[in-house]
Write a protein that binds this ligand. Structure first.
Ligand SMILES: [Zn+2]
Length: 282
C-alpha cells in the first residue's frame, strides 16, 4: 500500500456518513487527489481545524487502490487563509477558482506551477481590502489558471482555415472566439462555429501579452471594463467547454456581485449569511 505525505490545498469537501468527510486536495507533487478522512468530524487530534476550504495543509495517508479514494490519516494546518472566508468578494471569487481546479484538473497529475498559483491567489484574496485593481487581477489569475490547465487560447490565426490575424489585410481582420476550437475563427469560417462570439482587438492583444507580465506589472496593470468583460466571457466559455458543465460557483457569484465588482446586496452581508452550499460547503 503506497503511503503518501505531501502539502496540499483543500479545494472541496463534503460530509459522508456520521463522522467521515470526503475531501478533494490539490497537492504539491500529485495534483488533485480525492480522499476520505475517516472519523474526521470526531477527531480534533488528527484533524485540528485543518479541513476548511482554501486551507494549506500537510497530510499523511495511503492509496489502497489506484481508483479508490486516498485515505487520509492525519492533516496538519500550515496556512488557514481565514481572511478569505471573512470577506464576501474574496470568498465567492475563491470558490469559483476552487471549482475550476476541482472540475478541470486531472486526478493525480502533478502540476506544481498550479499549486504555486493557488498559494499566490489565496494570498491575494486574503488581502482584498487593500487591493485596488481586484477585477483585473482576478482576470489575470483566470488566464494563468487556464494556461496551466493546458487550455491556453490560440489567438494568432484562424483555427479552421489557418489564415493569420492581420490588421492590414481585410480578410485577416477577424475577432471571433470559438470555445469549441479553443481560439480564433475568421468571419468566413464563423458560420461553422455557432458558439463563436466577437472579441475586440484590444482584448486579443492583452490576452496575447498577459502571460508575459511579471508579478510587479500584474499589480499595476488595469483593464478597461470592455476588456475585463470580454476576457471573463472568453475564459468562462473555455472552462465550460472543457469541463462540459456550467459552474455553480459562478451563478452564486453573479447573483451577489455585478460585472464591475459592485455588491448587489447589503455591503455588510457575510459569507455565513449566504447559503452557498451549492459549492463549497463549509
Ligand atoms: Zn478561417
Amino acid at each position: 500500500m503506497p503511503r503518501v505525505k505531501d502539502n496540499a490545498f483543500i479545494v472541496h469537501k463534503t460530509d459522508y456518513g456520521e463522522s467521515d468527510i470526503i475531501i478533494t486536495l490539490f497537492s504539491a507533487s500529485r495534483g488533485k487527489i480525492s480522499c476520505i478522512a475517516k472519523g474526521a468530524k470526531r477527531s480534533r487530534k488528527r484533524f485540528p481545524g485543518s479541513l476548511e476550504l482554501f486551507s494549506k495543509v500537510s497530510f499523511n495517508g495511503f492509496i489502497k487502490h489506484p481508483l479508490a479514494l486516498t485515505r487520509i490519516d492525519e492533516c496538519q494546518l500550515l496556512k488557514p487563509y481565514l481572511a478569505i472566508q471573512e470577506e464576501l468578494k474574496s470568498y465567492l471569487n475563491g470558490c469559483y477558482f476552487l471549482e475550476i481546479v476541482n472540475r478541470c484538473s486531472a486526478e493525480r497529475q502533478s502540476n506544481p506551477e498550479l499549486f504555486e498559483l493557488l498559494d499566490d491567489l489565496f494570498t491575494f484574496l486574503s488581502d482584498v481590502p487593500h487591493n485596488r485593481n481586484f477585477n483585473c487581477r482576478i482576470r489575470l489569475f483566470e488566464l494563468q489558471i487556464i494556461t496551466l490547465l493546458g487550455f491556453k487560447p490560440e489567438l494568432s490565426h484562424c483555427l479552421d482555415c489557418g489564415i493569420k490575424l492581420d490588421n492590414d489585410n481585410p480578410r485577416g481582420r477577424f475577432f471571433n472566439f470559438s470555445p469549441q476550437t479553443g481560439g480564433l475563427v475568421c468571419n468566413h469560417c464563423r458560420p461553422r462555429h455557432p458558439a463563436a462570439f466577437n472579441v475586440s482587438q484590444g482584448t486579443i492583444n492583452l490576452l496575447n501579452q498577459a502571460h508575459m507580465l511579471d508579478n510587479k506589472l500584474r499589480n499595476k496593470v488595469n483593464f478597461t471594463p470592455q476588456v475585463e468583460a470580454e476576457s471573463a466571457r472568453l475564459c468562462r466559455a473555455l472552462l465550460s467547454w472543457h469541463s462540459g458543465c456550467s459552474f455553480k460557483s459562478l451563478k452564486i457569484l453573479e447573483r451577489y456581485i455585478d460585472n464591475n465588482g459592485i455588491y448587489k446586496i447589503a455591503a455588510n452581508t457575510t459569507t455565513n449569511s449566504i447559503n452557498s452550499n451549492k459549492y463549497g460547503v463549509r
